[in-house]
Design a protein around this ligand. Structure first.
Ligand SMILES: N[C@@H](CCC(=O)N[C@@H](CS)C(=O)NCC(=O)O)C(=O)O
Length: 230
C-alpha cells in the first residue's frame, strides 16, 4: 500500500496527493499528529533528512516533495514528450513552488487582511506570467499538448489562492480554464470529493504543526511558546 506520512493537513504533502490522485494510485494518509508519532517515524530511519512528508511507494521511501512529484511524473508519464518539455515542466514547477509558498504560509499570517494583501501581491507577479505561458503554448496545457505535472502543481497552487481570494482568476481566463481542466481530471475530481482531502488550513492546523514539531507558534496566537520544551 502506498502511504503518505504527514500532519493532518495539506501543507507540503498536497502536491504529492494530487499527483497520486491524477495517477489513480490508491494511498493512505498516515497522520503524524503528536510529537511521539513524529519521534517514532524518525526512529524508523525512513526520513533521510529527518523531515516530512514521507511517501512509501514501490518499496521506496521518498523524501522531499519536489522529488516525489517528479518520481510520480516519470512513473505516470506526466513529464512531457521531449527533453525540452521536461525542462519546461521543471521551470514551471519551480516557479509554482515559489508562488505556492505564499498560499501555504497564508494561515500563519496575523490577519486575514495581511494574508490577502500578500497573496494578491504574489499573484500580480506570477499570475500574468503563467497566463502568458498558456497563451504561448496554446494547447490548454502548460507544456506540449497534454497534461503534465506542471499543470497539476499549478492547479493545486491556484486552489490555495482561490480559497482565500475567490475572484483571483477573474482577469486570467487561460489560468481559470486550466484550473477547471485539472480539477475535472477523473482522479483529481474523485480525490477532491473524498475524505482524504483535508480542509483549508486554519488556526487548528497552525497549532497542530507547532505542537508536533514542538516549535513556537506565530506571535499573534495566545501563549506562542506553549509547545517549546523548557
Ligand atoms: N523541502 C522539503 C521541506 C520539508 C519540511 O520542511 N518539512 C517540515 C514539515 S512541513 C519538517 O519536517 N520539519 C521538521 C524538521 O525540519 O526537522 C519538502 O518539500 O519536502
Amino acid at each position: 500500500m502506498t502511504r503518505l506520512h504527514y500532519f493532518l493537513g495539506r501543507g507540503r504533502a498536497e502536491t504529492t496527493r494530487w499527483m497520486l490522485a491524477v495517477s489513480q494510485i490508491a494511498f493512505e494518509n498516515v497522520p503524524v499528529n503528536t510529537p511521539e508519532a513524529l519521534a517514532t517515524l524518525r526512529a524508523t530511519g525512513k526520513l533521510p533528512f529527518d523531515q516530512m512528508p514521507l511517501l512509501e511507494i514501490d518499496g521506496l521511501n521518498l523524501s522531499q516533495s519536489t522529488a516525489m512529484i517528479r518520481y510520480l511524473a516519470r512513473r505516470g508519464d506526466y513529464y512531457g514528450e521531449t527533453d525540452a518539455d521536461a525542462l519546461w515542466c521543471d521551470m514551471i514547477a519551480g516557479a509554482v513552488a515559489d508562488f505556492a509558498e505564499t498560499a501555504m504560509q497564508a494561515a500563519f499570517q496575523p490577519t486575514k487582511e495581511s494574508a490577502l494583501a500578500t497573496l494578491r501581491g504574489r499573484f500580480e507577479k506570477f499570475g500574468p506570467r503563467f497566463e502568458a505561458r498558456l497563451a504561448e503554448n496554446n494547447s490548454g496545457f502548460c507544456v506540449g499538448t497534454r497534461l503534465t505535472f506542471a499543470d497539476v502543481v499549478l492547479a493545486e497552487a491556484l486552489t490555495g489562492y482561490l480559497d482565500w481570494a475567490p475572484d483571483i482568476l477573474a482577469d486570467t481566463p487561460l489560468l481559470a480554464a486550466l484550473h477547471d481542466r485539472v480539477l475535472n481530471a477523473p482522479g483529481i475530481a474523485r480525490y477532491l470529493h473524498s475524505e482524504q482531502r483535508y480542509p483549508m488550513a486554519g488556526n487548528d492546523y497552525v497549532i497542530d504543526v507547532a505542537r508536533v514539531l514542538q516549535r513556537a507558534l506565530p506571535t499573534h496566537l495566545p501563549d506562542p511558546n506553549r509547545f517549546v520544551p523548557v
